[in-house]
Design a protein around this ligand. Structure first.
Ligand SMILES: Cc1cc2nc3c(=O)[nH]c(=O)nc-3n(C[C@H](O)[C@H](O)[C@H](O)COP(=O)(O)OP(=O)(O)OC[C@H]3O[C@@H](n4cnc5c(N)ncnc54)[C@H](O)[C@@H]3O)c2cc1C
Length: 297
């Protein structure tokens, strides 16, 4: 079997939508499940930790060296779409907006809301990504995963994944999502679905700062309240630490104005949490995941 390419000291800033992050000690982009198995055995052999990144659109990676092997799923793309049944089998690294567009063009209803989420299918399953009252779990039937400790791929059903608001079992377990099976509603008007999908994207482009590097919403909404509204009412829009700024367009976004470090962003997150806690007695929890930091909120 051909050994997948493992690179040393690759800057992860190029693999996150915030455009921050230090170098990965070891880095690989597998092409298929055989590569993945090889990489997992290699990391075990060398006694290295193993972490997965998708599109890096929900990740704050520290500026320092990220120890162990980082596996990026970007090359694991593609999806089989059954127009008759509405069943889709998508690879873990398939971009969500690409799948949303393809589903609409095939007359499958159910993913029109997902077009503005710049992540991968694997990341969407882990995060139970959602928008406009919809979420990944609503359409996910099952997924195939592999343990980062080794072994063969296995299936997990929707029920087993314990989905909740931006939560899933995958956030606690050391697993890699290889592929996801969705069930959409077939037989819808293709043009109408494509129109709605484009409209959803345009709405987001108007109301969210897509022009600057960000990670989407930083904080989970403390339901029924919205984190963005709380932050906005405290007058925090536009405050900065280094190159990190609370977006003037949407207060639950922190944007990289050009020169932000992960530490700038992390400090701004803490500052917002402190201000919200002082004024509301509420600790905002981050939706964003951190890699390479000691403490995780
Ligand atoms: C402009 C913008 C808008 C956004 N809007 C939304 C929105 O409306 N709704 C929403 O829910 N999110 C939104 N997000 C956040 C983000 O896009 C989603 O959380 C997305 O699902 C993350 O996918 P990813 O591939 O980028 O995951 P990453 O950021 O790469 O990883 C996130 C977590 O998932 C894990 N992971 C990723 N892939 C795998 C895999 N294959 N197997 C196992 N673990 C994996 C990582 O280890 C990490 O813990 C937005 C982000 C941006 C930048």
């Amino acid at each position: 079997m051909k050994q997948p390419k493992i690179q040393r000291q690759i800057s992860l800033a190029n693999f996150t939508t915030w455009k921050v992050g230090g170098p990965a000690e070891w880095f690989a982009e597998p092409n298929d499940v055989n590569d993945i198995k090889e990489l997992i055995s290699w990391s075990k052999e060398h006694n290295l930790s193993c972490q997965i990144i998708g599109a890096g659109s929900n990740l704050l990676i520290n500026d320092t060296l990220l120890k162990g092997l980082t596996i990026c799923t970007k090359k694991l793309q593609g999806a089989k779409i059954d127009v008759e049944t509405g069943l889709i089998d998508a690879q873990g690294g398939e971009p969500i907006p690409v799948l949303a567009r393809r589903a609409a063009k095939a007359g499958l209803h159910g993913l029109e809301w997902a077009v503005g989420i710049p992540g991968t299918i694997g990341g969407a399953a882990v995060m139970n990504a959602g928008a406009q009252g919809n979420c990944t779990a609503n359409r996910l039937v099952s997924l195939t995963a592999i343990s980062l400790s080794g072994g063969e791929p296995f299936e997990l059903t929707n029920k087993e994944l314990k989905f909740d608001y931006r939560q899933s079992l995958l956030q606690q377990e050391e697993l890699m999502v290889l592929s996801v099976r969705f069930k959409l509603d077939p037989g819808h008007d293709r043009q109408e679905l494509s129109r709605i999908t484009t409209e959803n994207l345009n709405h987001r482009l108007k109301t969210q700062p897509y022009n600057l590097p960000s990670c989407g919403s930083v904080f989970r909404n403390p339901e029924p309240q919205k984190a963005g509204k709380i932050i906005e009412k405290l007058g925090l829009k536009g405050i900065r630490i280094g190159g990190a700024e609370v977006s003037k367009t949407h207060a639950n976004f922190i944007v990289n104005s050009g020169s932000a470090s992960a530490i700038d962003i992390s400090r701004l997150i803490t500052l917002i949490q402190e201000k919200v806690e002082d004024s509301h007695g509420l600790l905002l929890q981050t939706e964003v995941k951190r890699l390479g930091f000691e403490s995780i909120h």
